[in-house]
Design a protein around this ligand. Structure first.
Ligand code: NI
Length: 171
């Protein structure tokens, strides 16, 4: 199974709002499999289709403890219906924002709906780390990166570093 390339900041595709998935078929299942392989290989706890250059409202995540084995979840056309409370997501990171971490304030509890890989409707509550991961991944499907949710000063530190790096690459 071939892995997918993960786009990184400042790729403008990451600012895209993903288009809703209209049909769940074998082609989509194959994409889901490649996305989950790519996520595990990275390794990461979540991956949104936009991150691999696919304009689809689709994400995969696995927040299980490593000792417990894998617990893959697929969420298609996800939507946060309600959110409450606040939680500090310490040292949040992203496969599309390499070599940078920052604290992000997230909602502590969320109510999410979507459909699974077989098209079965899902509606569930999430809290803690799972709520953080889902908010992060659903953000991706709306063209938002976690660095869009930190202070401008901290974001500048990172964007300057990336620009400097890209400039040196071009030399
Ligand atoms: Ni991310």
């Amino acid at each position: 199974m071939s892995l997918l390339d993960i786009l990184t900041f400042p790729d403008t595709f990451l600012k895209k709002t993903a288009r809703p998935v209209e049909q769940i078929d074998g082609e989509l299942q194959a994409i889901i499999d490649r996305m989950s392989d790519t996520m595990y290989q990275a390794p990461g706890v979540g991956l949104a289709a936009v991150q691999v250059g696919l304009d689809k409202s689709l994400l995969v995540y696995d927040v299980a403890d490593k000792e417990d084995g894998r617990d893959l979840h697929v969420l298609i056309n996800p939507r946060i219906l309600a959110q409450e409370g606040q939680i500090l997501s310490e040292n949040e990171g992203c496969l599309s924002v390499p070599d940078f971490r920052a604290d992000v304030t997230r909602s502590a509890n969320i109510l999410v709906e979507g459909v699974d890989r077989d098209g079965k409707p899902l509606r569930f509550e999430a809290e803690g780390f799972m709520a953080i991961v889902l908010q992060h991944e659903i953000d991706h499907l709306n063209g938002t990166l976690f660095i869009d949710r930190i202070s401008a000063l901290k974001r500048q530190l990172y964007t300057r570093r990336v620009k400097k790096y890209l400039k040196h690459q071009g030399e």
